[in-house]
Design a protein around this ligand. Structure first.
Ligand SMILES: O=CN(O)CCNC(=O)c1cccc(Cl)c1Cl
Ligand code: NI
Length: 183
C-alpha cells in the first residue's frame, strides 16, 4: 500500500516532469500502480485507516506523486448528487470544456505540498474527458463540480503543473472572470 513516505514533495523533479503515455496491454507493474493509487484514496478517506497509517486525505492521486512518470491517476470523489466516482484514468484527455470557469473558494491542497498555499485556482467549470480504463476500454465522461476540478488538478500533475502555478500572484483572491465559485 502507498504511504505518505512514498509521496514525493515539492522540489522532487517528478512533479515538474511530463509523464509518458501508458502502453496497452498494461504490464503487471502498471496494473499494481493503478490499484495502489486508488487504494490510497480509499484508505485516506477511511478515518480508521487514515489515523492508523497517518494518511493525509485526498480525492485524487497522480502517478507522478509516487515518482512513476506514467499518464495515470485515480479519483475517488463524491459528485453534487452524492454519487461516488471512483476510477483510474489512463492516458486521460480533456476533449472539450466550458467557457465558464470555477474555483474552490477555500483553495486547493496537494499531498506533494507540505504547506498551505492560499488563493483561487481557476478551473474549467465543466469538462468532457476521455481516458482508458485498466481493462483497455475507452471512457468518455462529462464532469462538473468537484469531480471536474479534481480531474484537472490530477491532469496538471501528469503535465508537471502544480495547483499554485494557476493562482494569481499579484492577488490570489482576485475575481476570476466568467466564473461561479465552488463552495
Ligand atoms: O493530486 C492530488 N492530491 O495532491 C491529493 C490531495 N489533494 C486533494 O485531494 C485536493 C484537495 C483540494 C482540491 C483538489 Cl482539486 C484536490 Cl485534488
Ligand atoms: Ni496534488
Amino acid at each position: 500500500m502507498i504511504l505518505m513516505e512514498d509521496i514525493v514533495r515539492e522540489g522532487h523533479p517528478a512533479l515538474r516532469t511530463r509523464a509518458e503515455e501508458v502502453v496497452f496491454p498494461l504490464t503487471e507493474e502498471d496494473r499494481k500502480l493503478a490499484h495502489d493509487l486508488l487504494e490510497y484514496l480509499v484508505n485516506s478517506q477511511d478515518p480508521e485507516m487514515a489515523e492508523k497509517y497517518s494518511l493525509r486525505g485526498g480525492i485524487g492521486l497522480a502517478a507522478n506523486q509516487v515518482n512513476k512518470l506514467k499518464r495515470m491517476f485515480a479519483l475517488h470523489v463524491e459528485d453534487a448528487k452524492g454519487e461516488q466516482l471512483s476510477f483510474v484514468a489512463i492516458n486521460p484527455k480533456i476533449v472539450s470544456h466550458s467557457v465558464e470557469q470555477t474555483y474552490i473558494t477555500s483553495g486547493e491542497g496537494c499531498l506533494s505540498v507540505d504547506r498551505a498555499v492560499p488563493g483561487y485556482v481557476p478551473r474549467h467549470a465543466r469538462v468532457t474527458v476521455k481516458f482508458m480504463t485498466v481493462d483497455g476500454e475507452e471512457k468518455k465522461l462529462r464532469l462538473s463540480g468537484l469531480p471536474a476540478i479534481a480531474f484537472q488538478h490530477e491532469l496538471d500533475h501528469l503535465n508537471g503543473v502544480m495547483f499554485y502555478d494557476r493562482i494569481n500572484e499579484k492577488d490570489p483572491f482576485s475575481d476570476i472572470p466568467n466564473s461561479s465559485p465552488f463552495e
